[in-house]
Structures are given as C-alpha cells and as structure tokens.
Design a protein around this ligand. Sequence first.
Ligand SMILES: [Zn+2]
Length: 99
Amino acid sequence: MPKCSFCGNQLAKGTGKMFVFNSGKILYFCANKCEKNMLKLGRKPLRVKWTEAYRKEKGSDGGKVVGEVSEEASEVAAVIEVAAAEPKKEIKAAKSEKK
Ligand SMILES: [Zn+2]
C-alpha cells in the first residue's frame, strides 16, 4: 500500500485519497489534515514536526543521524573535560609556585 505523501503513514486499504496533478504527478494522503497542510497551507513535510520526514531529518527514531550526533557529543564532552582539567593544573602549579 502507498505511503502518505505528507506524513509518511501507511495508507490502509480503502482509506485515504490519491491526488493526481494534471502533469501526472501523484500524491497520496492519509487524512484531510495532510492534504490541507500540503496543498492549501503549502507546508513542507520536513518543517512539520509530526511527519515521518521531520523525524528522519532530526534522527529522533534512530538511524545514522543519531550516531553522528552522539559521536559529536562525545567529542565535545572530551574537549570540555580537557578544558576543565587544564585550568586546575595551572591553578595547582600557581599555588605551588607561591608556596
Ligand atoms: Zn498523512
């Protein structure tokens, strides 16, 4: 069965709407909500939070994006740890020099 062109949900048999442009391009909609958001309101699925496209882009339900984000986060955490550790050494060194 086709997926909704806007939100990405599977269309159950006998439900939804197939919208065919004069050019022959076909869009499938699971609900009037999706049709209105796409055609009347002119919204892009990537910018609407409740669509599959948005979730994939943000990586909230797994995939490559999550892995990349976590790697970046770990690198940032490592940098922060190093940055936090260095001043302490300097302070200790300074204290020992004063004594
Ligand atoms: Zn939909």
